[in-house]
Unconditional design. Structure first.
Length: 143
């Protein structure tokens, strides 16, 4: 196998532990890698990409069952894409798009809070509203 990688190299490249990789293989989320005659796992650079995809999907809340279904769709022949898998992928894509919008809103709010915290008029003392709460965290007013 050209450019074969060890499980340690793949783990480091993908930011997961070797134990996680073995678990993902065991539950069918990752395909079984090739092996040396001595039984050591050998991975391809494409295997690293798949592992990074799985790590991201899991970090964003996709269940192992759904990741396994997506992996099966990626590994299977194109002509056999099952309608349920297509629905799953569309649903996840919609969820990711919603999260992206929410993250963009949060990014704007955090930037506004940072501007308020840098503002000389808020340094000493911090401006407070009538309830005594610091206004620097209010994001619905102009900065």
């Amino acid at each position: 196998m050209a450019h074969a990688l060890t499980i340690g190299q793949v783990a480091q490249a993908a930011g997961v532990s070797a134990r996680t990789i073995r678990y993902y293989e065991q539950v069918g989320v990752l395909p079984a890698p090739g092996r040396t005659t001595a039984g050591y796992r050998q991975y391809t650079p494409q295997g690293v990409g798949r592992l990074i995809f799985v790590r991201r999907a899991r970090a964003l809340g996709l269940s192992l069952q759904n990741v396994r279904a997506l992996s099966a769709a990626l590994d299977g022949p194109r002509r056999r894409v099952r309608p349920r898998r297509r629905v799953l992928v569309r649903a996840q894509l919609s969820a990711v798009r919603r999260q992206r919008v929410e993250l963009q809103v949060l990014q704007g709010q955090l930037a506004q809070v940072l501007r308020r915290l840098r503002s000389p008029r808020l340094r000493v003392p911090a401006r407070r509203d009538q309830s005594g709460r610091c206004r620097c965290l209010d994001t619905d007013r102009g900065a």
